[in-house]
Unconditional design. Structure first.
Length: 231
């Protein structure tokens, strides 16, 4: 933010900032600064701009976003609570490294939570309600067609959140979304997700709505499990 006061930079943070990977400069508006920075950092995680294993300092990231170090540190502390980064005193924040095993475990846990719920919803929710979720599926498809990975990640979570909200269990929906967000962080060294893969993933949303509306329980379970395996 233009004119924002920068917090003092410690010598350790200055050294850390000097050698860290660059993130394309961005500007955020004055209102809801912390929230915008958090959204930008989450998008950078999904897009691979925040590199697993690398250390980033609050002042350096603040300069790139045009804000003071304070909202960056606050946003990074939230990411630490979400398991995306770890705080290093007097150094900054290290992006945590995921493994294929941890990714597989997330898929398994998500399936354990969501498959039974979706099967129950398939038995009880009228077809017209599933049709009302078509715009959420279409929003994900549009982001996928544009190859916009961060926007697709948001739309993908929004679709699943809309489905699970029909359960009436807010705690379940929040836990499922947290797991979903973690599943979207890329593996270190993994190639960027191709547009075609995003389009195929998005198409599974519409197929799932078809199966739910038709009360095709076997198709619902198959689609949900396959969707998680490909996340």
């Amino acid at each position: 933010m233009n004119g924002a006061a920068h917090a003092p930079v410690s010598e350790a943070e200055s050294e850390c900032a000097a050698g860290e990977p660059l993130i394309p400069p961005q500007k955020v508006l004055r209102h809801s600064v912390r929230g915008q920075v958090l959204d930008a950092l989450r998008a950078a995680l999904v897009d691979g701009e925040l590199v697993p294993g690398e250390i980033y300092s609050g002042p350096a990231l603040g300069e790139r976003f045009g804000v003071s170090a304070t909202p960056v540190r606050e946003a990074m502390q939230q990411l630490a609570l979400e398991g995306a980064v770890e705080c290093l005193p007097n150094r900054g924040f290290r992006v945590l490294t995921r493994t294929r095993r941890s990714q597989a475990e997330l898929s398994e846990v998500r399936a354990l939570i969501e498959v039974p719920v979706m099967l129950r919803l398939a038995r009880s929710v009228p077809a017209a309600t599933w049709e009302s979720l078509r715009p959420a599926a279409e929003a994900a498809a549009e982001a996928a067609a544009e190859g916009d990975l961060p926007r697709y990640a948001d739309a993908d979570r929004a679709f699943h959140r809309a489905v699970l909200s029909l359960s009436g269990n807010g705690q379940l929906a929040r836990i499922a979304e947290e797991l979903h967000r973690r599943a979207q962080w890329p593996l270190p060294g993994a190639p960027r997700v191709r547009r075609g893969d995003l389009v195929a993933d998005a198409a599974e949303h519409s197929a799932l709505l078809d199966a739910l509306a038709a009360q095709d329980l076997a198709a619902v379970e198959r689609l949900v499990r396959a969707h998680f395996a490909g996340s």
